[in-house]
Write a protein that binds this ligand. Structure first.
Ligand code: GAP
Length: 432
């Protein structure tokens, strides 16, 4: 399906998943806003990650560090010196490109008259406080990871964890990408889900392999077909300045394989650097053995937008129902923005009170939608496009038998369920 990206982008806009940011002003440089369905999907992706990485484990704790940090952090981490992309200008059309992405030809005008590549730092610079001078410079964080490293001692002390243990964090990161694009795949403002797993130095490789496997499984558990995923190990020349080994979890996007998440063996690089620059001891002392060491770090670092895009692409489907074409998002139940739609068969006053009663009963358990506009067939289609797993229809018989019809998005099976047992019926299916 070569136009799958276009279909998903259109659906995302039409149904309120993703809007171009500042759209009434013509948009703003590859930034996007998440609409009513998008914000739910985004939260569900982040919740699923938090659940797998923090809630269901006893060896990982959470953190939420500030976006603005002491500029020294970026000196220590190496970002000020080396977080750069090679930038070239086309002398003919004046467009700027990433040298490593275009070879020797300008993709816009075809000219070969390009400047020499020069390093371009991707960090956004700003000033903190009322004075704009060198002393007030600060940076928007380009990764959430550093907030974890600088809090290593705080967390170690307060959580009483010992290696191997992890610190997980989700939040906004910013990079002044030279060539953002492919919808929400590469943007300048984006959300990350990162976890730094601190291990005894001789256990680095073992945990690196463990996390590669775990992270691929997270995507397949949430409905991405295994054949659309692969693990690609970086060549030595591709490695970041801090990495002793990196593997990308890649997804087969319509435009080819692309990175979903990176898993890196960061060794003791970050803790050692921050210890050097801050003068603080960032190490673990094992009282039992009397051993003192700087833990090595394995880091699975995922992007929320990229995951959302992959989940949407993998879930998009078109089929036929009763001779009519329909578009359906077969999202995993846990990710579906709305879990249940409550649909009175008609707008007649006779049905509304019961339908509202059903909605009130369900809304405390699940994210629900209430819709009484248009024909029931069109309302089903709308919910299919939104990926809603279950539609509950209240009809005139409901008034007598106190039961409703539950329609399954995927099988299209319709079950008649007593209102009394509806929450249990839905809970059982939605948690499967
Ligand atoms: N702390 C390591 C780190 O940040 P990265 O590979 O640069 O590693 C991790 O980023 C993940 O963050 C990527 O796999 C991707 O999912 C997401 N990401 C990075 N840059 C992005 C961008 N410009 N737009 C959207 N997501 C991005």
């Amino acid at each position: 399906m070569p136009d799958l990206t276009e279909k998903v982008v259109n659906l995302a806009k039409r149904r309120g998943f993703v809007f171009p940011s500042s759209e009434i002003y013509g948009g703003f440089r590859s930034t996007y806003d998440y609409g009513p369905l998008g914000v739910l999907l985004k939260r569900n992706v982040m919740d699923a990650w938090w659940r797998a990485m923090v809630q269901e484990r006893d060896d990982i704790v959470g953190l939420d560090a500030a976006v603005l940090m002491a500029p020294k952090v970026w000196e220590a981490s190496g970002h000020l010196a080396t977080f750069t992309d090679p930038l070239v200008d086309c002398r003919n059309c004046k467009e700027r490109w990433r040298a490593d992405q275009i070879g020797d030809t300008c993709p816009k005008c075809g000219s070969h008259d390009l400047t020499e590549a020069r390093p371009f730092n991707l960090m956004f610079k700003t000033h903190v406080g009322p004075v704009e001078n060198e002393g007030s410079v600060a940076y928007l964080r380009p990764e959430t990871a550093q907030g974890i490293f600088v809090n290593f001692a705080n967390v170690l002390q307060t959580s009483r964890k010992k290696p191997p243990f992890g610190i997980a964090q989700q939040g906004k990161s910013f990079r002044n990408e030279i060539t953002p694009g492919n919808f929400i795949f590469r943007t300048r403002e984006f959300e990350q889900m990162e976890m730094e797993f601190f291990v005894p130095p001789d256990q680095g490789q073992k945990w690196f392999e463990y996390w590669c496997e775990e992270r691929v499984r997270w995507y397949t558990d949430l409905g991405i077909p295994a054949e659309s995923l692969r693990l690609r190990h970086h060549d030595p020349e591709e490695l970041s300045h801090y990495s002793a080994g990196t593997a990308d979890v890649e997804f087969l996007y319509p435009w080819g394989w692309g990175e979903l998440e990176g898993i890196a063996n960061r060794t003791d690089y970050d803790l050692t650097q921050h210890a050097k620059f801050s003068g603080e001891r960032l190490e673990y002392f094992d009282q039992a053995s009397g051993e003192r060491y700087v833990p090595h770090v394995i880091e699975p670092a995922a992007g929320v937008g990229r995951s959302m895009m992959a989940f949407l692409l993998a879930a998009y489907d078109e089929d036929e129902v009763g001779g009519e074409a329909r578009t359906v998002l077969r999202l995993h139940h846990r990710l579906a923005p709305t879990k249940v739609a409550v649909l009175p068969l008609s707008r007649k006053d006779t049905l509304t009170p019961t339908a509202k009663e059903v909605f009130d009963r369900l809304k405390v358990h699940f994210m629900c939608d209430y819709d009484e506009t248009q024909s029931i067939g069109r309302r089903y289609r709308r919910q299919d496009e939104a990926g809603t797993p279950y539609c509950v229809t209240i009809d005139f018989e409901t008034l007598d038998d106190k039961a409703v019809t539950v329609r399954d998005r995927d099988t299209l099976a319709q079950d008649r369920i007593p209102i009394e047992g509806l929450v249990d019926y839905l809970r059982e299916r939605l948690s499967a």
